[in-house]
Write a protein that binds this ligand. Structure first.
Ligand code: URA
Length: 246
């Protein structure tokens, strides 16, 4: 395993949030190979270095990653006081330490990864790693070649920077009750809040259904019914790690 930041390692091991872990470091309660560690950004190798907190050795949990076919109606979060969250879909014994890799909106369906591996999640979410995320988007109105060209050039969605180039293609157009409906496929390499919906809004169109079908070289397993999940195979995990640079 490659090196990871000490604060991330400790947080992943369940010792608290990143800021709680920083407190532990400040209080001098953490040792790396027998020496007191104070710097949250210190790099450690979990396979070689021995980390103790309050005199107890911290053993790294085995990294696990699940793919979930997220149904609408669930928040991409570990807990919420008011609404069901994606972790509720997992059996209780499998939930420990897991969190969603990024977010899908509550009404978005499809491929959501759940892991206990902070470094893997971070690598997949970093815009620097250009991890492809592909969505099926059903859009009210006629999506045309000009829209595809605009998406490819990057759009102003009200952020400081324009979006990175996105690949958009139209799969089919049908006549709905109130006008045409376009079935499209879009691939983006970022994950800004409501990004796909905001990109279509920027060209004057509204997304009426959204489903993620692929992420980081991994396709949604279509044998998974909505709400079902499975562990990634070793080969799938390796592929993800390559995308994530981990
Ligand atoms: N873009 C969106 O607008 N929503 C999602 O859930 C994912 C990408």
């Amino acid at each position: 395993m490659s090196q990871v930041r000490l604060d991330r390692f400790l947080a992943n091991a369940g010792l608290g949030t990143r800021s709680q872990v920083k407190e532990l470091l400040r209080a001098g309660l953490v040792e790396v190979n027998g020496a007191r560690a104070k710097r949250p950004e210190e790099k450690i190798d979990p396979d070689r270095d021995r980390i103790f907190c309050r005199g107890e050795e911290i053993i790294r949990e085995e990294s696990v990653c699940y793919m979930l076919n997220k149904p609408a109606g669930f928040l991409s979060a570990t807990e919420d006081r008011y609404q069901p969250v994606v972790l509720d879909l997992l059996e209780e014994k499998e939930r420990k330490g897991l969190f969603p890799v990024g977010r899908l909106d509550i009404d978005t369906e499809g491929l959501l990864l759940l892991t206990n591996d902070g470094a893997l999640a971070h690598g997949l979410l970093s815009p620097r790693h250009h991890v492809d995320k592909t969505y099926r988007a059903r859009v009210a109105g006629l999506v045309n070649e000009e829209d595809c060209r605009l998406f490819a050039g990057g759009l102003d969605i009200g952020e400081k920077k324009r979006t990175m180039p996105a690949f958009l293609r139209v799969l089919s157009v049908t006549e709905g009750e109130t006008g045409p409906i376009s079935e499209t496929e879009i691939t983006i390499q970022e994950g800004k809040f409501h990004q796909v919906k905001r990109m279509f809004a920027a060209v004057g169109k509204q997304v009426i259904y959204l489903k993620r079908t692929a992420m980081g070289g991994l396709l949604l397993d279509e044998t998974l019914q909505k709400g079902e999940y499975r562990k990634l195979t070793r080969e799938e995990t390796e592929r993800l790690r390559q995308y994530a640079g981990k």
